[in-house]
Design a protein around this ligand. Structure first.
Ligand code: ADP
Ligand code: GLC
Length: 481
């Protein structure tokens, strides 16, 4: 181990090991960029019984046991044998192994237990590490009890001089359970129970906000929304304001590179963007049986309320039925709430020009960013959003609701006749507003030279992690001294 300061990232998702959404992409990329800035970095995550885990070579770095309430659980910390990013996984040998992150049948009936045992095992391991990490960086509520346990649990408070950072990727999920579940936590002074409590429940996210040394959110705009909008933890964010920073996500521009991405049908760069995107569209159109002569408008993402996915079925019907503009081909790739999936399936059956793929397909997502002319994100809430960043890198013009990180990262095109800016935006969450922005985008599409100008501009935009990774390091440096 080098003498460099050492940050341990704790997360339940990490690309490519286990991914549900952007959290995995961030934890898969940020540590590698921090390493370039002189910090030693490692990620620790739960063990999942999936193909990726099976393919890696592992060794046991530590064996131990931890107590949750009256139960003693044995565990192993497994370390991946690889020259790539240092990665550890917490493996509980007894009992069933989950294959998936949140909705695995083995764990979803008591996610609190599953996340808690993961966190307690990690602290048990860290307690005997030599040297110990310089700083622990927790991601989302699944890991947000760590700062509390490191300062209040009798078993772990010897770790209380190690600074902690909690990043809020998605403040809608708190992981709250009945307050009586505090019995499962390692013993602490009951005078501290108020730190666990919010609105009568044990609320891990609120606990993390109260006890972490520093809080970050994944964009400045989202932090502002949390402090001024309708969030149930608004007063807590306000109270903790002095230790909160908004840092916008970057993307891994080495692996998300249209000139080298192995998942694409054709490679291209800023100079060859027109031909490159056209060739990718033709390949996709052949496979999914649509005409490549039309503009392609795509939605990729979780089909859930916060992404505004419930707007899609009626909006798509409206676009198909009412638009007097040139035809547009629509592609939806996603999975999520059953009711939204069913309604989407209905419209896709009704209209030939709507392609729908339900499920999670990493390679298809890459091919879609490359083939699409527009990426549509009607999010109700968007802490940062990575789709619009990948889209810009691949020359697909974003059409976004101006909220959270979308507002921060996509400069609006206000005049189609003179398209400065990077994408189309709309404020109000409504079919009319979304449709208005799509119409503008389709007008632009008719002006090939202007489209190309915008594509080149967005492909050249600085989106890499370098700048944001430095902002995290600046915070780490301040905390460690
Ligand atoms: P969130 O994390 O809230 O889901 P982000 O925009 O931050 O939203 O990140 C979403 C990530 O997940 C992107 O990398 C996107 O390409 C990917 N993604 C979402 N749904 C799918 C899907 N059905 N198939 C493939 N990739 C998907
Ligand atoms: C969350 C947010 C998304 C963000 C991602 C990575 O899933 O919903 O907006 O980009 O985390 O930080």
């Amino acid at each position: 181990m080098s003498d460099n300061p050492f940050v341990l990232h704790v997360s339940v998702e990490c690309y490519p090991a286990a991914k549900v959404g952007g959290l995995a992409d961030v934890v898969g990329a940020l540590p590698r960029y921090q390493k370039k800035l002189g910090w030693q970095t490692a990620v620790i995550m739960p063990w999942y019984e999936n193909e990726w885990f099976r393919k890696q070579q592992w060794e046991v770095a530590f064996e131990g046991s931890c107590k949750l309430g009256s139960r003693t659980l044995e565990f192993e910390i497994r370390s991946r044998k690889s020259d790539e990013q240092e990665l550890y996984a917490v493996y509980f040998p007894h009992g069933p192994q989950p294959r998936r992150v949140y909705d695995d049948p083995e764990i979803e009936h008591d996610l609190f237990h599953w996340f808690l045992r993961f966190q307690v095992a990690i602290l048990t391991w860290i307690r005997q590490m030599k040297p110990q990490p310089t700083l622990i960086h927790c991601h989302d509520h699944h890991t947000a009890l760590i700062p509390f346990m490191m300062t209040r649990s009798f078993a772990f408070r010897e770790l209380d001089s190690i600074p902690t950072v909690l990043t809020v990727h998605n403040g809608r999920y708190h992981g709250a359970v009945p307050l009586a579940r505090f019995h499962d936590l390692p013993a602490f002074d009951l005078d501290d129970i108020g730190l666990l409590e919010w609105d009568g429940k044990l609320n891990p996210l609120a606990t993390g906000l109260k006890t972490a040394w520093h809080i970050t959110t994944v964009s400045k705009g989202y932090l502002k929304e949390l402090m001024t909008g309708e969030d149930p933890l608004k007063s807590l964010y306000q109270h903790e304001q002095a230790k909160c920073t908004g840092i916008v996500n970057g993307i891994d521009t080495d692996s998300w590179d249209p000139a080298a991405d192995p998942m694409l049908d054709e490679h291209y760069n800023q100079t060859t963007v027109r031909q490159g995107k056209a060739a990718n569209k033709i390949k996709l159109a052949e496979e999914f049986d649509f005409s490549a002569d039309q503009p392609l408008l795509t939605f990729i993402g979780r089909l859930v309320f916060e992404k505004g996915a419930d707007l899609l079925p009626d909006l798509l019907r409206e676009i198909r039925e009412n638009t007097k503009l040139p035809n547009v081909q629509i592609f939806v790739l996603g999975s999520g709430e059953q009711a939204i999936e069913d309604r989407l399936q209905q419209v896709a059956n009704e209209f030939e020009q709507i392609s729908l793929v339900l499920g999670y397909h990493e390679a298809l997502a890459h091919r879609l960013y490359a083939a699409s002319d527009f990426i549509f994100m009607p999010s109700r809430v968007e802490p940062c959003g990575l789709n619009q960043l990948y889209a810009m890198r691949y020359g697909a013009i974003p059409i976004v609701r101006r909220v959270g990180g979308l507002r921060d990262t996509v400069e609006p095109i206000t005049k189609v006749a003179d398209p400065q800016g990077e994408g189309f935006g709309f404020e109000e969450f409504s079919i009319a507003a979304a449709h208005g922005a799509i119409k503008e985008a389709l007008l632009l599409y008719q002006q090939k030279a202007r489209v190309e100008q915008v594509r080149k501009r967005i492909m050249a935009k600085e989106l890499s992690w370098e700048h944001s990774a430095q902002q995290y390091i600046t915070i780490y440096e301040q905390l460690k001294t």
